[in-house]
Design a protein. Structure first.
Length: 263
């Protein structure tokens, strides 16, 4: 059994839940909106700006037997309203310990201390999920639908889908490619120490009052298409959403109210 807590962001200057700073912009297209008009097209996308004003993290502590996972879900929202009526960009980290090992960049006898096999993709030509390609050689994490870090956009304020009447269920775009560079992930980074001198990580989680900060580049596709491709379905559905988002976020974590998890 796992316990659930919500951590929400605060700015450095105050203690208000949801505060932080960040951005997410880029060309986007969505088909099948309720008003009968698409939000751009694949050939002619529209410039999208999330303009996030609310930032939150939802940790799910792993208290089961075996190696800990400690899932963390990061949300950037246009507003602080319920996610059912707000545009929201998610970053889902099923195993914080795995990601922290990558960001720590520790080596033992010249051998990386992180799991290099946890790619989450079936593509044998995909780049390593954890590679030193970020600013100043810091670790860069590859974004894929089933990878160690996953991202999804639910534009529920911008475009509701016609495909799920009468329920109000929106189209979801997931990161089929891209990257995220964490500059702060709790206490994971130790850039002032040589890789061989960095401390071993055990049972990692981002704690209260610790920072989360990153820059990212996301190539979006329809989650139904990516799910079909991953599961080996012969004819995946046609994409109804796509585009590219670039941006960043920076906030600290505080206790907050309960909220819905990653879709």
């Amino acid at each position: 059994m796992r316990s659930f807590l919500l951590l929400a962001a605060v700015s450095a200057a105050g203690c208000s839940i949801g505060e932080g700073k960040g951005s997410a912009t880029g060309p986007l297209w969505i088909l099948g909106c309720l008003d009968g008009k698409p939000y751009g097209t694949e050939a002619n996308p529209r410039m999208f700006d999330l303009e996030p004003t609310f930032f939150a993290g939802e940790p799910i502590e792993d208290i089961s037997d075996g190696l800990p996972a400690n899932r963390l879900i990061i949300r950037m929202q246009r507003t602080g309203n319920e996610i059912q009526i707000s545009d929201t960009l998610f970053f889902d980290i099923p195993n914080s310990d795995l990601v922290a090992h990558c960001l720590r960049g520790r080596t033992v006898g010249g051998v990386p201390d992180w799991d290099s096999t946890a790619s989450g993709t079936l593509d044998p030509n995909a780049p390593p999920w954890c590679e030193a390609m970020g600013p100043n050689g810091t670790p860069r994490i590859h974004l894929v639908p089933f990878g160690p870090v996953r991202s999804a956009l639910t534009p529920l304020a911008t475009c509701h889908s016609e495909a799920h009447q009468p329920a109000v269920v929106g189209i979801t775009g997931v990161a089929k490619d891209g990257w995220i560079d964490f500059t702060q992930f709790g206490s994971a980074e130790q850039p002032d120490l040589a890789p061989e001198a960095r401390w071993e990580i055990k049972d990692f989680q981002v704690n209260f009052d610790q920072p989360l900060a990153a820059t990212f580049h996301i190539l979006l596709d329809d989650d139904r298409v990516q799910e079909a491709l991953y599961r080996g379905i012969d004819v995946p559905p046609e994409s109804r959403i796509g585009g590219t988002l670039d941006g960043d976020f920076e906030f600290d974590l505080k206790r907050g109210r309960a909220a819905q998890t990653f879709p």
